[in-house]
Design a protein around this ligand. Structure first.
Ligand code: HSE
Length: 441
């Protein structure tokens, strides 16, 4: 059967991996897709390196160019794979590819989290597919699981370790007891963190990914601008130690929860019970825990980045698109799992309305009545205490750490309590707050 022709935008790490895996597993992939999938054109700024890469395959007949715009207009191309990244040129290229009737496969979470609604609407109108398995959690087929495998379920919530860089840093901080900055530098030296790690360490990359998962899980538009985003830059190694003593691990979680009034959409460092499987996901690995009303908990684990793990997801999309390319456009799997005219207007809740238990650490004077004052503030705001640690002051000091775990409370009451506690004369400095998730249903 006639091959489907693919144009690759960007042949860096993931593009190179895609080219290599497609070539290596060509026979098996063809048997799965029903027809050969061939990369026939590559656009990359570095034409020399791109040529070298494609020429590693003997007899490869691949057009190499630095003009990505000519590739997305090329009538011989059926599917455009966008691996450039970013929101600007990538948006123009994806929209132009759609306009020219091409199906699109992309690993670009930032682009879809910010411009997804407009991209999916254009694709719907044009009758083409936009597939993005590689945009969330690299090689883990989580989009497929949420969109198709779990489609019987009312999904209640999902929580994921969806950024390998920050998970690596947190694992190192816990294992070695080192501070954030020292571990970040070590991660950069080992190639686990980018030279500019802002998107990863500030939680933005995880927020892009959880935004996409929330849309698919709950059938709502993509709303990155409504997500609460907190990274790990302010996390202190001492809190990782205290959390451990209380039976918890701290992970950067992307969380999406369906509540009666709307959807909680948030990324922040989170205490989770050490005994949960997901608490034991270490290093650069990713994992997503999904709770559906019929199936209960399901857990997806694997490599969230890297050339071939991400290529695995890109190629799975290429196979899907190839299989569906001849199907009636109305009967294809919808981009966001739910039919486009059936998206719900369930709002994303403001952070003030989000309900979590919290870990609170404060530096307190060691004198009578201090705990009474702190607990009075919490009691007045109807915040119940679940556990507490108070250390003896170090030799010659009159201050000590007090660590409290609360039961579930609304964010606005916790904020009010923190504000009042920080104003007490017996409390020095800021109160550290880390939210907790039991992740048990
Ligand atoms: N930078 C991401 C991470 C991988 O550290 O997990 C690509 O999404």
């Amino acid at each position: 059967m006639k091959a489907i022709n693919v144009g690759l935008l960007g042949i860096g790490t993931v593009g190179g991996g895609t080219y290599a895996v497609l070539t290596r597993n060509q026979e098996e992939i063809t048997r799965r897709a029903g027809r050969p999938i061939r990369i026939t054109a590559v656009a990359d700024r570095n034409v020399e390196r791109a040529r070298e890469l494609v020429n590693t395959v003997v007899g490869a007949d691949v057009k190499v160019t630095d003009d990505a715009f000519s590739l997305v207009k090329d009538p011989s191309i059926d599917i455009v794979v966008e691996l450039i990244g970013g929101y600007t040129t990538a948006l123009d290229l994806v929209m132009m590819a759609i306009d020219n009737g091409k199906h699109v496969v992309t690993a670009n979470k930032a682009l879809l989290a910010v411009h997804g609604n407009e991209i999916f609407a254009a694709a719907q109108k044009k009758g083409v597919m936009v597939a993005f398995e590689a945009a969330v959690a690299g090689g883990i087929p989580i989009i497929k699981a949420l969109r198709e495998g779990l489609s019987a379920n009312r999904i209640q919530w999902l929580a994921g370790i969806i950024n390998g860089t920050t998970n690596f840093i947190l694992s190192e901080m816990r294992d070695k007891g080192h501070g954030f900055t020292a571990v970040l530098h070590e991660a950069q030296r080992l190639g686990y963190a980018e030279a500019d790690p802002t998107f990863d360490i500030e939680g933005i990359d995880a927020a892009h990914k959880v935004t996409l998962m929330a849309a698919i899980a709950f059938g709502i538009p993509v709303q990155f601008d409504r997500a609460h985003v907190e990274g790990i830059t302010k996390l202190d190694a001492v809190d990782i130690k205290y959390a451990e003593q209380l039976g918890y691990r701290i992970k950067l979680l992307g969380i999406a929860k369906r509540k009666v009034a709307g959807v909680e959409l948030r990324v922040h460092p989170t205490l989770i019970p050490s005994k949960r499987l997901i608490a034991n996901v270490e290093g650069a690995m990713n994992a997503v825990l999904v709770w559906g009303d019929a199936v209960g908990a399901t857990l997806y684990y694997g490599k969230g980045a890297g050339a071939e793990p991400t290529a695995s997801a890109v190629i799975a999309d290429l196979v899907d698109v190839t299989r569906l390319a001849t199907a009636d456009p109305q009967n294809r799997v919808p981009h966001l799992a739910f039919q486009p005219d059936q998206l719900s207007d369930l709002p994303i809740l403001p952070m003030d309305e989000v309900e979590t238990a919290c870990y609170l650490r404060m530096r307190a004077l060691d004198k009578p009545g201090v705990l009474a004052e702190v607990t009075r503030i919490l009691a007045d705001l109807n915040i119940s205490i679940d556990a507490m640690i108070q250390k003896e002051p170090a030799e010659g000091e009159d201050q000590t750490d007090v660590v409290l775990l609360t039961h579930l409370a609304r964010e606005k009451y916790i904020n009010a309590a923190i504000h009042k506690i920080e104003a007490l004369d017996c409390i020095h400095g800021k109160v550290v707050r880390i939210r907790m998730e039991a992740l048990n249903g």
